[in-house]
Design a protein around this ligand. Structure first.
Ligand code: PEP
Ligand code: MN
Length: 339
């Protein structure tokens, strides 16, 4: 159960409501986010909703049977819209395009990538400055200095930055230079990181864990939301299965399933999802038809020379073509009235 409280509710009224809930045998957790105040009630047995609904300071009471509550679609009338400013939004039923290299490598690269984005009307640039690598001897990113350089150039061009944060201590130094924090697949269940991201006033993309279920992804989002941050986006990026022909198995099923379960926007990452350059395009287009609210994919001026993930990265001409095809696919989806 979610008890939505009035925004400026007096502490005395909150205490009264909590006491009432406890007397009904309901376990209560208060949640205060940047946008609202809630009490999450867990109860084994049913009760008459009017016993709580009429109390002073209660805005609304929602019965949510799912284990995750605040990210559930069952209570929120309007889906979550993440507005980054400068016309960049990520919202249910939209098509947010994000592209850039796997790793930010140099100033020259950032310049040329920004040109590529501006030319195509793409507003969000991806890139890692802290890279989770399987081998400690691989390139691990330019770090905070690289992020500052990137931010300066992106800001000058109205481009928003999405980049991965790998640990709690990185959040604060990164905060002024980031528009969206990305939680990588290896950190989906790093609950300390999720708790801390609940405290920041910046949107967060949570990628699905490498072997994570849909339910686990939703629970990870519940951590950030209940920690205080409602600006959340979920990302299907492929899971590890027994299949060896591709890097991962992009779980297209997850897109409509997540859209049914949550009010959060759902995006797809076909680059990591399949891991093979020439199949990024069909998987991006399939993701859009499956209902994705955005696509994040890797591109690079010379993919063969990329410091990481070159095998799944598009060059500029292919990226140009993909953007046009994604827009056409999105228009087709809308015309078919699939959502
Ligand atoms: C990335 O986006 O480059 C990345 C490392 O993603 P993931 O966490 O999905 O592997
Ligand atoms: Mn990558």
């Amino acid at each position: 159960m979610i008890i939505q409280l009035e925004k400026d509710i007096d502490k005395a009224f909150v205490d009264q409501i909590v006491d009432k809930l406890k007397s009904l045998g309901i376990k209560v957790t208060p949640v205060n986010t940047q946008q609202g105040n809630y009490l999450i009630g867990i109860s084994g047995k049913g009760f008459d909703i009017r016993e709580v609904g009429g109390l002073e300071g209660v805005r609304d009471v929602h019965r949510v049977s799912d284990d995750y509550k605040l990210v559930s679609k069952k209570w929120k009338v309007k889906p979550t819209e993440v507005d980054l400013g400068d016309g960049a939004t990520i919202e249910s039923g939209g098509l947010a395009i994000m592209t850039g290299p796997c790793s930010i490598e140099s100033e020259e690269q950032v310049d040329s990538m920004i040109q590529h984005l501006v030319k195509n009307g793409v507003k969000i640039m991806r890139g890692g400055v802290y890279k989770p690598r399987s081998s400690p001897y691989s390139f691990r990113g330019l770090g905070i200095e690289g992020l500052k350089m990137w931010h300066e150039k992106a800001k000058a061009n109205g481009i928003k930055i999405i980049t991965e944060v790998m640990q709690v201590s990185q959040i604060e130094p990164m905060l002024p230079y980031v528009d969206i924090f990305q939680v990588g697949a290896r950190n989906t269940q790093n609950f300390n990181l999720l708790d801390e991201l609940g405290k920041v006033d910046k949107p967060v993309v949570i990628k699905r864990g490498i072997s994570g279920t849909i339910d686990e992804l939703l629970h990870s989002a519940e951590y950030v939301f209940s920690g205080g941050n409602e600006k959340l986006i979920l990302c299907e990026r492929g899971i590890r299965t027994y299949e060896k022909a591709t890097r991962n198995t992009l779980d297209l099923n997850a897109i409509p399933v997540l859209k049914e379960k949550t009010h959060l926007p759902v995006i797809s990452d076909p680059s990591h999802g399949i891991g093979i350059r020439k199949f990024v395009e069909p998987m991006a287009l399939a993701s859009i038809m499956a209902g994705a609210d955005g696509i994040i994919y890797e591109s690079h001026e010379v993919p063969q020379k990329a410091f990481s993930d070159g095998q799944q990265t598009l060059n500029y001409p292919d990226s140009d073509k993909l953007i046009k095809k994604m827009q056409a696919t999105y228009a087709l989806r809308k015309s078919l009235d699939l959502e």
